[in-house]
Design a protein around this ligand. Structure first.
Ligand code: LLP
Length: 444
């Protein structure tokens, strides 16, 4: 339909020859565009919502979230956990649980929020490469469904803790192994290779040693293996390769469960494509079958991004437009790297559009920046926008449902935006806007 926008910048403020409107598949499932071009999501007019709640704001399509959870549960035959690090608040934890997903929590903090949302502990899977004794003790006391063991130090800690609770039912664990696969993704979010802080290496023999120690530990039941090769992976072949490598180690162990982790990518910009949750699960099941993994084995997964990314848009207000003649046009909005650090951290690309003219051609090239005190505070390096863009316009970025709110900070003491779920013509604020007084809450 259109070519992906370049991330390399270049002269801006120009009317570019390619002026394609926003590709609508990047919008949430229930997005509708009125004949005048106005966007609604979940039956709620986005500009009216913004007029009421202000900007910046994360707007999530609840039907989209539910549809992805259901798709994942069906594709993985119930053996699927939502990776809460992608986006977590009580409403999201409750929604994923209602739809039949377990929840992957990677810290005591995520575990706390999931439990506070009323998710029963046995539906939780505790991760982390450096779990503290307190986190492990809390997990045992709450009765989490699985602990994914990541290091020999953790095995020792776990050993001490289970010894104190002799007579109680065994704790179910998975051993996290690194299959030595280099997934096609950004270096910072690649995790399956040998040189990593996560898990036990297969090649070094650490994985075999961990399995042996866990099997010897009374009070612990080794339920299976876990591997996570990386995030924002856009092809199924990396997962298929991982299954093939893992199978060799997994098969002789005769364990009931193999978890392939998360990592399924999503399209962020025009021209990007990603497998669906169903296609991903099918590819992994196919690879497992080819590798001789028995049908009875519980194949599980823990997607985060693919569940939530496409469900949300972030709305900002344009406050300043600076045209540097022959250089670039800067469009500054009222958020920035504090609500979306991904462009700064990973060079991630996003699209932009105006919810008042959602399907308008976008001939204007500009760099959309935030309000933080850093030149690197860029949201979209080479954004395409309608040529009548003006100060006061609401500008939106789609596909911001994953790792935006969850990685948000209060840098420069910019309060964090609220989160709104929209559905069936109704909007409910599930996380309120942070206030300047909130910024003082921790000061003594
Ligand atoms: N399981 C484990 C053990 C993980 O480490 C992760 C992500 C997931 C599941 C979920 O992965 P997903 O399906 O969301 O790709 N902040 C980065 C992503 C970091 C992912 C870390 N681990 C970003 O914004 O792209």
């Amino acid at each position: 339909m259109s070519t992906p926008p370049s991330l390399t910048g270049g002269a801006g403020g120009l009317l570019a020859p390619a002026a394609d409107p926003l590709p609508t598949h990047l919008l949430p499932d229930t997005a509708r565009i009125s004949p005048e071009g106005r966007l609604s999501v979940g039956g709620v007019d986005v500009l009216e919502l913004v007029a009421e709640l202000g900007t910046p704001v994360f707007v999530y399509d609840e039907a989209h979230l539910r549809a992805r959870c259901r798709e994942a549960v069906a594709a993985w035959k119930g053996g699927v956990a939502y990776a809460t690090k992608a986006f977590l608040c009580k409403a999201m934890a409750g929604l994923a649980h209602e739809e039949g997903m377990a929840l992957d929590v990677s810290t005591g903090g995520e575990m706390h929020v999931a439990l506070a949302a009323g998710v029963p502990a046995r539906w939780l899977v505790l991760h982390g490469n450096n779990k503290s004794e307190e986190e492990l003790a809390r997990a045992l006391q709450a009765g989490v469904g699985r602990i994914v063991v990541d290091s020999f130090n953790e095995i020792e800690r776990l050993g001490r803790l289970v010894a104190e609770r002799a007579g109680r039912p065994p704790v179910r664990v998975l051993a996290r192994v690194t299959p030595g696969i280099e997934a096609h993704t950004h270096e910072y979010i690649r995790t399956g290779q040998e040189d990593t802080k996560f898990g036990f290496g297969l090649a070094s023999g650490a994985a075999a040693e961990a399995v042996a120690r866990l099997r010897r530990l009374p009070g612990v039941e080794l339920a299976g293996l876990h591997a996570h090769i990386g995030s924002q992976v856009l092809t199924t072949s990396s997962f298929e390769k991982a299954v093939a490598v893992l199978a060799e180690f997994f098969l002789p162990l005769d364990l009931p469960e193999l978890c392939i982790g998360g990592g399924l990518g999503v399209p962020y910009t025009a021209g990007q494509e990603a497998p669906s949750l169903t296609e991903w699960a099918r590819a992994v099941h196919g690879a497992a079958h080819r590798a001789g993994i028995p049908e009875a084995t519980r194949l599980t997964a823990e997607p985060g991004r693919a569940i939530v990314a496409g469900a949300a848009i972030t709305c900002y207000t344009v406050g300043t437009i600076k045209e540097l003649t022959g250089v670039r046009t800067y469009v500054a909005v009222d958020g920035g790297m504090s609500d979306n650090p991904r462009p700064v951290l990973y060079g991630s690309g996003y699209e932009t559009f105006l919810p008042r003219a959602t399907d308008a051609p976008r001939p204007l090239r500009a760099t959309v920046v935030g309000k933080h005190c850093e030149s690197g505070d860029v949201i979209v390096r080479r954004a395409a926008l309608p040529s009548d863009l003006a100060v006061g316009d609401v500008l939106a970025t789609p596909v911001t449902g994953a790792y935006g709110h969850s990685m948000a900070s209060t840098y420069n003491k910019v309060p964090r935006p609220p989160v709104v779920f929209v559905s069936n013509g109704r909007a409910r604020v599930v996380v309120r806007r942070e206030t300047c007084d909130d910024l003082l809450l921790l000061d003594q």
